[in-house]
Write a protein that binds this ligand. Structure first.
Ligand code: WQD
Length: 349
């Protein structure tokens, strides 16, 4: 009997790539998305890429009755929870909007899961829960010495606290306890190999890769490099970029781990390469992919940026038997393949 997975935020960048892998692994998939920062075009692309169908509900994870109706109609074996606001800059301007939505969606989802005896939860977390300036290589025991530098990051950390406490508590006891894998991403970039699914941020991109591809396709004039005076080999920041398809496959490994493990638990697991690269290296790789140099100007540092941080990927290999397989040039080539085929992303499709 096929297992059914509920994917919240499944029309988003990482969610949609994960849905492709779930369908190709023969899971049945239900997607919830309020389309606040995503497009129905991603759902169409998923169906075209896989040749498989899925159930899509447009709605909000903070709506208890909306969620209850879905659980009433479908037997759901596990949940992968991506839905949440994630723009660092916007979260600084609207912290209450971020805390209310991100925390409320997770707590509402847990309340409905408990009512329907669904105990398996894969959470979309982030390296932003670390961001300890005294540490650069983060493993899952790295303690949080400073609060995340944005309200967005704080919502991720607090959601982990909620999930860990509920997993340790007794509200799911009658069904054996809540089982959580919290996947902490580093810097996801890239796109599906088909070029039909990719990153499509609202407005001007905050992140490096989509900004570069929009410069390359002519939507933006030039890239601003936020500082080349960091204590790193070439002066620009080092990050652990991970191909979004590797990341999506990491979610399937997390799901299989949960299905195989007994008892209640909260397991944080890093998803990263463990091999940081610099902004200049990313620019150089994109120049190769695009076939022309990427225009850029070096400006002042962006507040909140750390010189470097990257994953210790050992636990994911040990516990999930998962590791990344795709290198930086594949990430940039696939990012560019998506952007050149869809200069305006899913808009105007
Ligand atoms: C990477 C590097 C910038 C844009 C963020 C979130 C994190 C996660 C991933 C969600 C930095 C430089 C960037 C530009 C630049 N998101 N840069 N010019 O800040 O490492 O992480 O995205 O979970 O939570 O914090 O990613 O892509 O914004 O920046 O020079 O126009 O590129 O200074 O060194 P970041 P990023």
């Amino acid at each position: 009997m096929k297992k059914t997975i509920l994917v919240t935020g499944g029309a988003g960048y990482i969610g949609s790539h994960t849905v492709v892998e779930l369908l190709e692994a023969q899971y049945s998939v239900i997607v919830i998305d309020n389309l606040y920062n995503s497009s129905i075009g991603a759902i169409t692309a998923i169906k075209n890429i896989t040749g498989k169908d899925l159930i899509f509900y447009e709605g909000d994870c903070t709506d208890f009755n909306f969620l209850k109706n879905i659980f009433n109609k479908n037997k759901i074996d596990a949940v992968i929870h991506f839905a949440g606001y994630k723009a660092v800059g916007e979260s600084v301007e609207k912290p209450l909007f971020y805390y209310k939505n991100n925390l409320d969606s997770t707590m509402t989802l847990l309340a409905v899961m408990r009512e329907f005896l669904c105990t398996k939860f894969v959470f979309s977390s982030s390296a932003t829960v670390y961001l300890d300036p005294n540490d650069v290589k983060y493993n899952e025991t790295t303690t949080q010495t400073n609060r995340p530098f944005s309200p967005y990051g704080s919502t991720k950390l607090v959601q982990e606290y909620i999930l860990e406490d509920v997993a340790k508590g007794f509200e799911f006891e009658k069904v054996g306890g809540l089982q959580v894998v919290s996947l902490r991403y580093f810097n996801p970039i890239g796109a599906h190999f088909s070029g039909e699914l990719g990153e499509d941020p609202n407005g001007v991109p905050n992140n490096l890769a989509p900004y570069i591809t929009q410069v390359a396709v002519g939507r933006l004039r030039t890239l601003q490099v936020f500082g080349d005076d960091y204590p790193t080999p070439d002066g620009t920041c080092l990050r652990d970029y991970i191909h979004v398809v590797d990341l999506a496959k990491g979610h399937l490994s997390g799901l299989e781990y949960i299905f195989a493990k007994e008892g209640k638990f909260f397991d944080p697991i890093n998803l990263g390469t463990g091999a940081p690269v610099s902004v200049f290296q990313v620019i150089e790789s994109f120049s190769k992919a695009v076939g022309k140099s990427i225009p850029y100007e070096v400006v002042g540092r962006r507040s909140g940026d750390l010189a470097e941080f990257y994953a210790d990927p050992v636990k994911a290999k040990k516990v999930l038997d998962w590791q990344t397989t795709l290198d930086l040039d594949k990430m940039t080539a696939d990012s560019w393949n998506w952007q050149k085929r869809h200069p305006n992303g899913f808009k105007n499709l």
